[in-house]
Design a protein around this ligand. Structure first.
Ligand code: COA
Length: 187
């Protein structure tokens, strides 16, 4: 998939993850470990190492080549990774849907980065990936993430009990979707 990099702000670039990003990703996850813990699956220790991130990244890039996942990073001018956004579980055919995930580093919140990144993902999902729908989910009390989704045109479609293991517990989630267009389905 040919997905060009774009500027989200004056000093943050939004681009597809590259094979060489593992050291910057490991540094970012280590730095944001405690801050992200309440909102993410529990991670094994090696997730916070360069080798562990290389394994995750290689898997995502392989899935990207197969058009099953699109992994983006938000990179600041000093080369640090300050967030990621991922479209995963891409299904084409009559469904044309995928799941959206994202996080923004602790020191970079509240600048509109998540909103800008999710808007960019929706555009690429429609124009380049050929999707009709994106789904996202948040734990019930993630007000920040729910606000990002609302700002980006996602609608609340229900609550799924014990939907996903977050920080070691099966947590109820609010489910959201955005329908990207109403064009006639293509075969
Ligand atoms: C949730 C998160 C992605 C928001 O990122 P961000 O870049 O700060 O979001 P934005 O700057 O685009 O803000 C979008 C809106 O959300 C609001 N918002 C952000 N965090 C908020 C919070 N904790 N509580 C209430 N509103 C919040 C902002 O005020 C803004 O609304 P406004 O324009 O009406 O003022 C970020 O805080 C984060 O990564 N959190 C930890 C991981 C996480 O929750 N990931 C998502 C899992 S579903």
């Amino acid at each position: 998939m040919d997905i060009p990099a774009e500027k989200l702000t004056r000093d943050v670039i939004f681009r597809i993850a590259a094979k060489g990003d593992a050291p910057a990703l490991a540094a970012a996850y280590l730095e944001n470990r405690e801050y992200l813990a309440p909102w993410e699956p529990r991670r094994p220790e090696n997730f916070f190492t360069v080798a562990g991130q290389q394994t995750v990244l290689d898997d995502r890039l392989r899935q990207c080549a197969e058009k099953r996942t699109v992994p983006w990073v938000l990179e600041s001018a000093d080369g640090r990774i300050v967030g990621t956004t991922t479209l995963s579980g891409i299904v084409l055919g009559p469904f044309r849907s995928a799941c959206l995930g994202y996080w923004i580093a602790a020191g970079h919140q509240g600048r509109g980065l998540a909103t800008a990144a999710v808007e960019a993902v929706c555009r690429v999902a429609r124009e380049t990936v050929g999707l009709h729908r994106i789904e996202a989910s948040t734990v019930l009390d993630n007000a920040g993430s729910q606000r990002v989704l609302a700002k980006c045109g996602f609608e609340h479609i229900g609550t799924a009990p014990r939907y996903l293991a977050i920080n070691g517990t099966w947590r109820d989630h609010r489910l959201f979707q955005r329908i990207l267009h109403d064009d006639a389905p293509t075969p």
